[in-house]
Design a protein around this ligand. Structure first.
Ligand code: 8Y4
Length: 279
């Protein structure tokens, strides 16, 4: 059976794009229910697009260390109405942050253009679902499970280990019928890594390009910044901008971030340095 998906938006990754984080978490449901959450999300998206976002990444389950799991139905209830409305209202690339096969499929049917999977299509049915959908997928590395991954991260060489993992997932994707041109690779900053591991990955980020696929980097407000500088999440903007800038200089083609306007400026400056200015 052929899946009928809405028209897909395509991403040109010859230059670096900005993926803005839109979280649909229980907080937004605390007063007044669903309607208000969707309305709030749409207003946030409008602002993000005005500020320079190229992609809106929508997640219904927090993957932060120690976060609670949500049921499949809860995740669908949170994410699908928001994707449908964004698709109706805005002409932007929509990414769905999920590792669940059913959410991937329903999100694509609702208008999502790409899958952002922190489990790199290892969850049950995910590889087959993504292959059927034929939309771009970001494969991210994680050591362990979100609930416990920060307990004692260990690698022989973090860059080599993560590279080998991603190579193996690329092979699994190709074996399942996913075109290599649909894949984006991500070392997964903060997912089962110490601060030192994260900075080794950032220093050697350009090595991930060797696989011939665009690289995504997500460091915004993460503890690699907070622990290094002793700053809580609300004080991590300058550190986040520094990380984004370094990532672009090392070849990243998508930056995932919370602070859209500031990150868009940083990307533009790094890109002018790499490719010459464009006024
Ligand atoms: C403060 C704010 C502290 C946010 C931690 C966090 C990535 C990702 C996440 C990433 C890709 C997060 C869904 C973790 N990080 N997807 N997702 N790459 N592809 N933590 O690095 O933002 S959630």
């Amino acid at each position: 059976m052929k899946l009928e998906l809405p028209r897909q938006r395509h991403l040109n990754l010859t230059r670096c794009k900005l993926m803005a984080i839109l979280n649909i978490t229980p907080d937004s449901f605390s007063d007044g229910g669903k309607f208000i959450a969707v309305d709030t999300a749409l207003k946030q998206v409008e602002r993000m697009l005005a500020d320079g976002a190229d992609i809106i990444d929508i997640g219904g389950e927090s993957t932060r260390p120690g976060a609670k799991l949500v049921s499949l139905q809860q995740e669908l209830d949170r994410v699908i109405p928001v994707i449908e409305l964004i698709r109706q209202e805005f002409d932007t690339v929509i990414s769905v942050d999920t590792y669940k096969a059913k959410v991937m499929t329903e999100a694509a049917l609702a208008g999502a253009d790409m899958i952002n999977d922190v489990k790199a299509l290892q969850d049950e049915g995910a590889l087959v679902a993504a292959a059927k959908l034929q939309i771009p997928v970001c494969l991210m590395h994680m050591q362990g499970q979100p609930q416990s991954m920060q307990a004692a991260p260990q690698y022989s060489d973090v860059v080599d280990d993560v590279k080998h993992f991603l190579q193996a997932r690329v092979q699994a994707c190709i074996g399942a019928g996913i075109a290599p041109s649909q894949l984006v690779l991500d070392p997964g900053f903060g997912f089962g890594k110490t601060v030192a591991h994260n900075y080794q990955l950032l220093a050697r980020l350009s090595e991930f390009e060797s696989q011939g696929m665009p690289v995504l980097a997500g460091m915004s407000r993460k503890s690699m910044i907070g622990q290094l500088l002793n700053r809580n999440t609300s004080e991590r903007l300058a550190g986040s901008i520094a990380c984004a800038t370094i990532a672009v200089m090392h070849g990243a083609r998508i930056i995932r971030a919370h602070d859209v306007k500031e990150t868009a400026d940083a990307i533009a400056v790094a890109q002018a340095t790499l490719f010459g200015e464009e006024v």
